[in-house]
Design a protein around this ligand. Structure first.
Ligand code: NAD
Length: 478
């Protein structure tokens, strides 16, 4: 595929390309251009113009275009899902389910756009304001750079692109290098739906080159990133140099606390549901299973049994439960992390093997509570570290002993204990009664500590992607 700049399918100015591989087969899926500095500069210049055109359209017209985008995504759902599975390795049923979420996510931002009201200040709050009326409204920021992770090419796309458009901004999207084609396809649908061609662009290339050029461009008013904490820190530093706002949705090492008052089979079911989707590559999937010592052995055995029943293989096969991870580099990293966990005292209860981009679902038993995987190491793959605890206080201490704070979950029949955990865990969200792997378009989704900055979700994002203007009607009441 080619880049989509100003509505034109475009090669890089020097003709350079990069490969988009199918992680399940290792075969070439497609190639995309590797944008040059010249390409980035030209795209941002067009986006500056496109933003004016888009913002000048009345809100109801902009919303009509977004509604048509939703219709087109539904119509082309099978094509988008197939691209996602072939280039990203997500099992096809999960790709379809994800594409299905684009509608709700986009509509959540549209609802927020329709109610992004300003405020009117009380008359005469102080003597100097006597006779005046002050009111506020929201203005778009301008050109927003949307930089996305590979793991949710459709839903993260909607959270970034639809939100920025709803606030009246233009968008330059830089999708993850491993999943560019689904993004290009959907940007094209925005054009088909009536969004002006210069209001939304998609440029492809490496993050450290193209992403960095985009972040550093002074005409880009804000950056919204979903990605790793390391990249988020880099972008935050670059943005700070220009006092440019950035919204960062980053990594996590989410705790899932399981007490012995619950049915163990149900706990195992919730564990699978909270972790195994997309081969464990979900930002808010549970990544540390903190299990009461009284049931830890039985829970671990049953978890191993359940994992052995899963079908691992080509994600295009409808019957497959677990596909590959995104690329060979990611798979090698997971194996290194498993080995490190072992060297720090964990025991491999099952899995622990690699075949190309495939990692066998792995249970790490007896994980010491101060080891890397129990604290600051995010494993982005199908790995289940099990850590024991005795008391609620100890479970909270383990859950909070990490630099991350994205999401959390607790399973117990005791609601008071659940609430105590929810209020004490230092995370952006907590599910009481299940895994923290939970996200709706409307809810605020925000990482505490090193898991992010800002809050994504329709209740908050539009304000973050806008700026407040105050208008003073001087002396009108005199
Ligand atoms: P990544 O950080 O490697 O890449 C994310 C994006 O940033 C990609 O488009 C990449 O090309 C770009 N990038 C890389 N270096 C850059 C630079 N110097 N300047 C600008 N852009 C740059 O992340 P990934 O491997 O694609 O995704 C996995 C990570 O994302 C995990 O840590 C996961 O937890 C996190 N994630 C977080 C959320 C959330 O909402 N909090 C959601 C999904 C994924």
């Amino acid at each position: 595929m080619k880049m989509l700049i100003g509505g034109e399918w475009t090669d890089a100015s020097d003709g350079a390309t990069m490969e988009d591989l199918n992680p399940a087969t290792g075969e070439l899926y497609d190639t995309v251009p590797r944008a040059t500095k010249e390409d980035v500069e030209r795209t941002v210049a067009l986006a500056v113009e496109g933003q004016k055109e888009w913002a000048a359209m009345p809100l109801y017209k902009r919303m009509e275009a977004l509604e048509e985008f939703i219709r087109l995504v539904e119509e082309k759902s099978e094509e988008i899902s197939t691209i996602m599975t072939l280039e990203g390795g997500k099992p096809i049923a999960q790709s379809r389910a994800e594409v299905g979420r684009v509608k709700d996510t986009t509509r959540a931002y549209m609802a927020a756009a329709r109610t992004l009201y300003g405020k009117t200040m009380p008359f005469n709050p102080e003597p100097r304001g006597e006779g005046d009326i002050n009111f506020t409204y929201y203005e778009p920021l301008g050109v927003v750079a949307c930089i996305t992770a590979f793991n949710f090419p459709a839903v993260v796309f909607a959270h970034k692109v639809a939100a920025a458009l709803c606030a009246g901004n233009s968008v330059v999207l830089k999708p993850a290098s491993d999943t560019p084609c689904s993004a290009l396809y959907m940007i094209h649908l925005f054009h088909e739906a009536g969004v002006p061609k210069n209001a939304i662009h998609c440029i492809t290339g490496g993050g450290a080159e193209v992403g960095d050029l985009l972040v550093s461009d002074k005409r880009v008013a804000a950056v919204t990133l979903t990605g790793s904490t390391a990249v988020g820190l880099n972008i935050a530093k670059k943005c700070a140099e220009q006092l440019k706002p950035c919204c960062l949705e980053l990594g996590g090492n989410d705790p899932f606390v399981i007490f012995d008052d619950v049915d163990i089979d149900e706990a195992v079911k919730q564990t699978l549901g909270g972790r195994i989707g997309n081969a464990g590559q979900i930002c808010c999937s549970s990544k540390r299973f903190i299990v009461q010592n009284t049931i830890r052995k039985e829970y671990t055995e049953k978890l191993v049994e359940a994992l052995k029943k899963l079908k691992i293989g080509n994600p295009a096969d409808e019957s497959v439960d677990v596909g590959p991870v995104i690329n060979k580099r990611a798979a090698d990293k997971i194996m290194e992390q498993i080995k490190r966990a072992e060297s720090e005292g964990a025991k491999i209860a099952c899995g622990g093997t690699q075949n190309g981009c495939f990692i066998a679902p792995t249970v790490l038993a007896d994980v010491p509570k101060n080891s890397s995987v129990a604290t600051n190491e995010e494993i982005f793959g199908p790995v289940f570290p099990v850590i024991g605890f005795d008391t609620l206080e100890e479970a909270i201490e383990i859950a909070n002993n990490t630099c991350y704070g994205l999401s959390a979950g607790i399973l117990t029949k005791d609601m008071k204990r659940g609430m105590k955990f929810a209020t004490c865990v230092d995370a952006g969200g907590c599910v009481v009664g299940g895994s923290g792997n939970y996200r709706l378009g409307q809810q605020p989704f925000n990482g505490h500590k090193m898991s992010g900055m800002g809050s994504e979700g329709s209740m908050y994002t539009l304000a973050e992607l806008s700026k407040i203007k105050t208008v003073i009607l001087k002396d009108v009441l005199k």
